[in-house]
Design a protein around this ligand. Sequence first.
Ligand code: FMN
Ligand code: SF4
Ligand code: SF4
Ligand code: SF4
Ligand code: FES
Length: 622
Amino acid sequence: MINGLNDLIDIRKKRLPDINARREKPGAAPGWQVLVCTGTGCTSSASHQVREELARQVQLKKVQARVFRTGCFGFCKMGPLVVIYPGQTLYCLVKKEDVAEIVEKHLLEGQVVERLLYEEPASGERKRRLSDIRFFRAQHRVALRNCGLINPEDITEYIACEGYFALADVLLNWTPVQVVDAIKRSGLRGRGGAGFPTGRKWELAAAAEGPVKYVVCNADEGDPGAFMDRSILEGDPHSVLEAMAIAGYAIGAREGYIYVRAEYPIAVDRLERAIAQARQYGLLGRRIFNTNFDFDIDLRLGAGAFVCGEETALLRSAAGERGEPRPRPPYPAQCGLWGKPTLLNNVETYANVPVIIREGPAWFASLGTENSRGTKVFSLAGKVLNTGLIEVPMGTTLRTVVFDIGGGIPEGRQFKAVQTGGPSGGCIPERYLDTPIDYESLKQLGSMMGSGGMIVLDETDCVVDIAKFYLQFSQDESCGQCTPCRVGTRRMLEILERITQGKGEMEDLNELEELSREVMDASLCGLGQTAPNPVLSTLKYFRDEYEAHIRDKRCPAGVCRALLDYVIDEEKCVACGLCARECVAKAIMGEKKGKPYFIDRQKCLKCGACLARCPKGAIYTA
Ligand SMILES: Cc1cc2nc3c(=O)[nH]c(=O)nc-3n(C[C@H](O)[C@H](O)[C@H](O)COP(=O)(O)O)c2cc1C
Ligand code: SF4
Ligand code: SF4
Ligand code: SF4
Ligand code: FES
């Protein structure tokens, strides 16, 4: 039980040598420490088996080593990941069968298992140390500071990393007004999408009247492909709990709720454990640090509807009602959960708070750009060599992210665009690659920061198809309350569908633009207000691709199936007839062992079966 700062300091002192060893600082604990990632990505490729086998063999062979679980390192593509200290040796794609060799060679003989080291794709060089890998080198981790470093299931490891010291400081030495002021001065803006100034939001919630107020954390994370918030919750859950308690003190609330989707079982489990441990240590509950401040946190599980991430819908859903947005004002700061003043922030926003208090607002404000301070976590996906979770200072260029950290486009293909902001964002073409990443710059380009999805597209991606994908998502996820959103997005989708089928007309492009304006202007919530962005941005930067689909009945990327011609290469065809037998449409003609076969375009259904069947690779799409 922690009664005061001294108890916290004692725990920190005890566990610090282990953390020093992992940070490669003086005062490190002796012996090997083996860290195994247990985030969702690595768990799904059986990292638990690796961890259990490591623990078993270490015991069996009486090795001077301890095995720890950690959260996500961000390099999930290479998982299961194992990192060994001292030496910060990173092993990739580790299987249970590799464990014996790691124990024998690395832990007993002190040598490196070369074959499990990461190989830089460009140079083919094997990198031993985690920090030597380009993917990690250009990053700056603030929100992700403890992910991959500490055991998220052990509160003492968080305390060893100065966890709960910000809360102690605030409760013992600061006034609530000073806390709000520090958040304001830091320049932190909401990481959930809109980028609203966090300090201003705290100020409004603090100024709201009433004896009962709430602090809520938005961990709904509905954007397809995004996993920033999940990784923070899985890798460092206490940072969010600590921040929520600080927020509670700042605005005068005694209760907090984390709204997290039930499809995140590891995150939910880690949060439950973290809350239980924090209560056990007296860091949540009554009279925290022996002050008059009481604060506790509970979970609310969401069913995973995208619209439930919208703040007013989330608050309704958390209160057990239907998760539908309502008009604002009143804002949650005045009328939120159960009608009471409520402060609502995103997971990553909260994760920054304890560091801002500890290191000072000026330190945080020194990172990033004039109007977008600090760092931002992105989930980098699509056509880049190094996909994964990254954190960079605001103002880093898109080029650095795609080509330096991401390692560029695989197989020597051409970069086409980078899609940011998920369903609310847009596609940014090559000529803007040197744009610094910040809220305003991305918006100016017709895209958005959003919550941090970043998908790289190359020449084999069709932008019309991408726009259709996101619009389909918004259409499916619309709650249907307002007609422009419900019907407008459906009309837009029908037009896009026609275009990808080669049935589009040039007037369709104007109609898409008009509908976009109407949907954006007349929708009640952010979903409808931003749903047309993927269409508008692709129309703006890649109009020629839309025109190729309409005028030439051609998909330049070779994606839209209805627009592809299946052709047989006469040079390669050996007239075996296998393709003709596969074709249900009887569209392939020829004589066995005779002249090359050919495809009748009129009859072809474009099913692709012949292409898959040809043993000579003689069939291609044009
Ligand atoms: C359709 C829709 C979905 C949203 N989904 C999320 C989400 O999953 N997570 C999140 O933090 N914010 C989401 N937001 C933004 C929230 O409404 C809100 O602005 C945010 O949680 C506030 O926290 P912040 O100021 O820390 O960003 C969504 C907004 C809309 C319109
Ligand atoms: S804009 Fe769409 S999702 Fe938002 S309230 Fe209206 S219908 Fe529902
Ligand atoms: S694509 Fe399908 S329908 Fe067309 S020729 Fe090949 S097998 Fe026949
Ligand atoms: S399967 Fe290939 S090689 Fe055989 S007839 Fe068809 S195109 Fe020619
Ligand atoms: S889940 Fe293991 S590196 Fe991301």
